[in-house]
Design a protein around this ligand. Structure first.
Ligand code: PHE
Length: 340
């Protein structure tokens, strides 16, 4: 039997070098060295080789097999290295590339101011009480010393639901609910939505108030002003001052309106404070003894003060917002300006 091992070697090596990837190389390997491969077939065909030629033939085939195995292995290493290089190149990450920024929201200015107010007053020992938004006429008016024929009812245009029930016009209703349940000492902070039929650049039919109530022995108007001074300094500026002006609310006596020195001009007078140097921020006063009586609290032993402020108004002053509607439109371009 004639064996042209040189021809087979050249052919097999050429084919293995042409194999583009490890899969193709594997096929070449099988074609020659696999169970049905050409070199394997030669070994199997040894029987037909005359006995005297067999050793030489066998050695030749075996040498060919060993040589091809080594050649294929060397080729395999090259192909693997090339494949790894390609894989690394395709998975390459440019770590110097700037990242994609995620958009994240911001707290609404009303929420921010409410949280700030809660922080300030909680720091002074106040507890939060939240009353219902649908109130009875009794809690919203009558118990607050504002009977049905009282002219002060005209101060607030009320949304009535029935003769008896209404959308609360003031968080002051919560004062009654709390004082009915609890004897002094009381230090209550009551945030919430209130509703009035009122609509212009600084009034909206729904807005938020923050109510404060302190009742104990020996509480005076000085305590109120001291606390409000502290509030103004923390909320607006270190140099903010307050001033009390006489006013009228049926449920406080005496009643005051509280101005804060204008943070925009420092009190010199500017368009924001209409040249006065002062900005009105809230209503307050000493709790009317009739209100204490209505709640079963002894007005000869206890006195108290209450205050109520519009959260939108504080937010507008603090951030220089000139139209209350901006606070309900939820335009992202407006809202995203309020970042920490
Ligand atoms: N409830 C009053 C208002 O809405 C504000 C206020 C609260 C005044 C507490 C005095 C005491 O106008």
């Amino acid at each position: 039997m004639q064996l042209n091992s040189e021809e087979i070697r050249k052919r097999a090596i050429a084919e293995s070098e042409a194999a583009a990837d490890s899969r193709a190389l594997y096929e070449v390997k099988m074609k020659y060295l696999g169970r049905a491969g050409e070199v394997t077939a030669l070994l199997k065909g040894m029987k037909q080789v005359p006995a005297e030629e067999r050793p030489a033939f066998g050695k030749q085939v075996n040498d060919l097999r060993v040589e091809l195995e080594a050649a294929f292995e060397a080729q395999e290493e090259k192909v693997r290295a090339k494949e790894l290089e390609q894989k690394l190149a395709s998975e390459r990450v440019d770590v110097t590339m700037p990242g994609r920024k995620g958009r994240h929201g911001t707290l609404h200015p009303v929420t921010r101011v409410r949280n700030r107010l809660i922080d300030i007053f909680m720091g002074m020992g106040f507890e939060i009480y939240e009353g219902p938004e649908i109130e009875s006429d009794y809690y919203n008016f009558t118990a607050l010393n504002t009977p049905a024929d009282h002219p002060a009812r005209d101060m607030q245009d009320t949304f009535y639901l029935t003769d008896e029930f209404l959308l609360r016009t003031q968080t002051s209703a919560g004062q009654i609910r709390l004082m009915e349940k609890k004897q002094p000492p009381i230090k209550m902070l009551s945030p919430g939505r209130v509703f009035r039929s009122d609509d212009d650049a600084t009034h909206s039919p729904m807005f938020h108030q923050m109510e404060g109530l302190v009742v104990d022995e020996h509480i005076t108007l000085c305590d109120l002003q001291g606390m409000l001074d502290e509030f103004a300094r923390t909320m607006f500026s270190e140099t903010s001052k307050t001033r009390l002006r006489p006013s009228y609310f049926p449920f406080t006596e005496p009643s005051v309106e509280v101005d804060v020195s204008c943070a925009a001009c420092g009190g010199k007078g500017c368009p924001l404070c209409k040249g006065t140097g002062w900005i009105e921020v809230l209503g307050a006063g000493m709790v009317n003894r009739r209100v204490l009586e209505n709640c079963g609290i002894d007005p000869d032993r206890y006195t108290g003060f209450a205050f109520g402020m519009g959260i939108e108004r504080i937010a507008m002053l603090k951030y220089g917002i000139n139209n209350i509607k901006l606070l309900t439109e939820n335009d992202v371009r407006f809202l995203e300006q309020f970042k920490d």
